[in-house]
Design a protein around this ligand. Sequence first.
Ligand SMILES: Nc1ncnc2c1ncn2[C@@H]1O[C@H](COP(=O)(O)OP(=O)(O)OP(=O)(O)O)[C@@H](O)[C@H]1O
Ligand SMILES: [Mg+2]
Length: 380
Amino acid sequence: MTIRQLSMELGPNYKEHNIIGYSEKISEVVSIAKTVAPTSLSVLISGESGTGKEVFAELIHKLSDRKNNKFIAINCGAIPEGLIENELFGHEKGSYTSATDKSRGYFEVADKGTIFLDEIGELPLSSQVKLLRVLENGTFMKVGGSVNVKVDVRVIAATNKNLPKMVAKGSFREDLFFRLKAVTLQLPSLRERLSDIPVFVMKFSADSAAKYNRNQLIFEKEALSEIMNHHWKGNIRELKNFIDMLTVMETGRTVTGDVIRKYIKTDHSSSYLPMIMEDTHKDADLIFKTLLEIKSDINLIKKFILNTYTNKPSVPFYEDPGKSILNPEREIVPTEELSEKDEIILTLKKHRGNRRKAAEELNISERTLYRKIEKLGIEL
Ligand SMILES: Nc1ncnc2c1ncn2[C@@H]1O[C@H](COP(=O)(O)OP(=O)(O)OP(=O)(O)O)[C@@H](O)[C@H]1O
Ligand SMILES: [Mg+2]
C-alpha cells in the first residue's frame, strides 16, 4: 500500500487533524473539539487511560488562535505536592530558602498560549483554589508574592478519574469541577469504537515497520477479529505497543488468528508480556522500551568487543535516544560529548518542556527526572 492510499484509508479525521479513526463516536469528539477550539473556553477531557486525551488537547491548541504560542503540558500527578504551586505560578525572590531569584511559573511562561493540566484529579486541594481564580479572572499571586499577575492562558484539563465521585468525597472542589466541565470531551474507549481498530492496526503496523526497519505485517481477517475481541485496558497506547511488539518479534509477514492468540489469552483476565494494565501502563511502556534498549546495548557491546579484537575503530557506548534503536543505520554520538545535564536539557527541549515525554525518552520516572532537574540546577 502506498502512503497516498494509506492516508485515503485513514479518512478525513486523519487527513485534516492526524486523528486516526472515523467511527461515529470519535468523529463526534473531533467535531466538538473543532467547535470549541477557536474560543478560549476551558475544556475538560475525560476518558480511560490511553484514549488520546493529550492528542486532543494538542489538537484544540493547534486549531485555536493560540497555535503560534506555547502549549505546555503538565502532569499534576508527577510534581511533588509541596512544589506544584511554585511550578504553576512561580515564586518571588526570597520566598523560600532556595528561591534566589524571581522565577516564572508555567502560567506566566504560557501567556497567550495553552496549558494542559493532565491528571487534574491529582492537584492538591490548596492549589485548586488558585487554579479556580486564574480560570475566573486570569490572575494569580506568585508563591511569596503580594501583587496580582495577569495572564491570558487557556486551560485544558484531563482526567481518567471519576471527578464527580471525588467531589462527593471532598477531594476535588465542586466549584472548580463546575468551572472546568462547561465543555467536556468524553473520549471513547477502544471497546466503544471497534470499527476503528483495523485502521489503527494498519497505521501502527506501517509506522512500526518503518521505525524498527522491519517488513510491514499483513493481518488475516481472523487475526483482526481476535484483536477486536480483546479487551484493551490500556486502549490505543496498549494496542500501539502490541503492534510494535508483533512487528519486532514476528518473523513471518502474515499474521494469523493463531499468532494473535499466542500473545493474547482470550479469557480477558491476562495478556501478553509486557502486561499493560489500567494504572501501570507507563511502567509497562518503560519496561518494553528498556527491554529493546538492553537488546541494543548488547549489540553495541558485541560490536565493541569485536572491534577491540580486530583493531577497528571502536563504537562509542552512547546512542541518541531519538533514533530508532533497532535501525542499524542509526547515528551514534560519543558519550563524552553529552553530560547527563545536557542530555536532560536537550530531551526537555525536544519535548517542549513536557516532562512526561522527556522522562519516557530518558527511561526514568517523572519523579526521578524532577529530582535530577532540581539537583543539576536545570533552569527551563
Ligand atoms: N486518534 C488517535 N490517532 C492516532 N494516535 C492516537 C490517537 N489517540 C491516541 N493516539 C496515540 O495513543 C497513545 C496514547 O494517547 P494519549 O497519550 O493522548 O492518551 P491519554 O488518554 O492522554 O493517556 P493517559 O491517560 O495514559 O495519559 C499515544 O501514543 C497517541 O499518539
Ligand atoms: Mg495523558
